[in-house]
Design a protein around this ligand. Structure first.
Ligand SMILES: *Cc1c(COP(=O)(O)O)cnc(C)c1O
Length: 463
């Protein structure tokens, strides 16, 4: 498979280079040049397979033969061996035709483990074979950081620097990152917001000399391999609920648009997805742009679902590229507007195309809390606030009651215990392997929101 940049001015690359590169050199994001197709028979044949077997069949066209089929199957098995549920991503029922897909059974209790555990094994495999080392720099609003650190900790192939907005991630989230004592793990608390952190990482990627000097790589959701790994659970859950014979709808708590974009890809590959609800909190740039076509960057407001507190949604560029039928010049025009004016407008025909599948929904803080309470009263299931945003959006936007509606449950409630307890009176307990999290020592440095200072810190640490 060949991969091309959404901005059309970077060389096309194979899977391994796309994995290691992250952001394209022209500032764009890599996408496969065509979507592999799975027929109804292919999809029907997934019934009864394990998560790992389905994962292999769904991802194989993107990865093999660059990585041999046997090696890839082993990498998948090793990646998901760390999950505490044998089904990896089990479904749980809320109502007669309503489900949540539990994506939080990995080592750091958020859905990001599903992709990042695989990414860690892919990095290790490719870098060891090529005799290379890389430096991973990432920005996190909370969950990416710990999942990324967990995927490369103690691996000889990579050094990782993780930027988080100081004082703006939950204590559980911070401790999950800062209590990892591995020598190749470096946490930086940036005096700024998540968008500042993300802008710093982008700037480091656009500094091509720095990028080459430290062999910079990314594990945030701009990395194609992450999107790819997330396609799998749309297939496993849809097949469990009767696809391809009947269509399925999804509601996806959304920030950077990676997870819901993976659902779009699953549909492009042939999965009968009827509706994709893009559920946002009050940081609603995506809800606004999918409703009116107006993508205008606002200011970030902190919420009880902090992993979705963002205003610049990087993966949205991938969808734009598809909506504009791969016309990279159009994407360059929109992104130039964004850079110059802080906004762009999606044109009418492209917006209509998006609206046929996507339904956007902004969920207020009160409605998020009310949903946690409502679901607890109905089922005794504790939802974390991100999942609650998804369930609330699913309930208000579903088009047809006969179509199963699945909300992606993106975090374990114990990751956000205060919000959950405030509403339900119930304290969600951490799983056993993390029970001593609050007594482990922390290790991190605080730095100003200044590109030069952070680049110097990284250079010094690598020496
Ligand atoms: C990252 C994250 C999201 C948002 O996912 P995107 O792929 O960035 O849209 C939602 N919920 C939780 C718990 C997350 O960690």
């Amino acid at each position: 498979m060949k991969y091309v940049s959404t901005r059309g001015e970077a060389p096309s690359l194979g899977f391994e280079e796309v994995l290691l590169t992250g952001l394209a050199r022209d500032g764009g994001l890599y996408l496969p040049e065509s979507w592999p197709q799975l027929s109804r028979e292919d999809i029907a044949s997934f019934a009864g397979l394990s998560y790992q077997e389905t994962a292999f069949r769904v991802m194989k066209p993107y990865v093999c033969p660059e990585i041999s089929e046997d090696d890839f199957a082993d990498l998948i098995d090793n990646a998901y061996a760390t999950f505490r549920h044998k089904a990896v991503t089990p479904l749980s029922q809320l109502d007669s035709n309503e489900w949540i897909l539990e994506l939080f059974h990995g080592p750091t209790l958020a859905f990001k483990d599903v992709a990042l555990q695989l990414l860690g094994h892919l990095f290790d495999h490719v870098l060891t074979r090529q005799g290379r080392r890389i430096t991973i720099v990432g920005a996190t609003s909370g969950d990416t950081g710990s999942a990324a650190i967990d995927c490369v900790r103690d691996r000889g192939c990579a050094e990782i620097f993780m930027l988080h907005p100081k004082g703006r991630v939950s204590e559980v989230q911070r401790r999950q990152m800062t209590t990892v004592q591995s020598a190749n793990v470096h946490n930086i608390a940036v005096e700024g917001t998540f968008d500042d952190c993300q802008a710093l990482v982008k700037a480091m990627f656009n500094d091509l000399a720095f990028r080459d000097e430290i062999a910079l790589s990314a594990v945030n959701s701009i990395n194609w391999a992450r999107v790819m790994a997330q396609i799998v659970y749309y297939f496993t859950s849809a097949v469990a609920l009767g696809a391809p014979a009947r269509p399925i709808s999804y509601s996806v708590p959304t920030g950077n648009f990676g997870d819901v974009y993976a659902g779009y890809v699953a549909r492009c590959m042939g999965l009968p997805i009827e509706q994709l609800v893009v559920a946002t909190n009050i940081n609603d740039i995506l809800a606004r742009s999918l409703t009116s076509g107006d993508y205008t960057v606002g200011t970030v407001q902190p919420t009880i679902s902090p992993s979705m507190d963002i205003q610049v949604s990087s993966n949205f560029e991938r969808l734009l590229y598809n909506l504009y039928d791969g016309q990279a010049a159009e994407i360059r025009r929109l992104m130039e507007n964004l850079k110059q004016a802080g906004s762009f407008t999606i044109d009418g025909p492209q917006l209509e195309k998006a609206q046929a599948l996507f339904e956007a929904c902004r969920v207020s803080e009160e409605d998020t809390r009310a949903t946690i309470r409502e679901v607890y009263d109905e089922t005794e299931i504790l939802l974390d606030p991100h999942t609650a945003v998804g369930v609330c959006a699913a309930r208000s936007k579903r088009r047809r009651a006969e179509t199963p509606m699945v909300t992606l449950s993106t975090a374990h409630p114990a990751k956000f215990p205060d919000a959950v307890e405030a509403v339900t009176g119930k304290h969600p307990a951490l799983p056993d392997h993390m029970a001593d999290l609050f007594s482990r020592p922390e290790k991190y440095d605080s730095l100003p929101n200044d590109l030069g200072v952070i680049q110097a810190y990284i250079r010094d640490t690598l020496k």
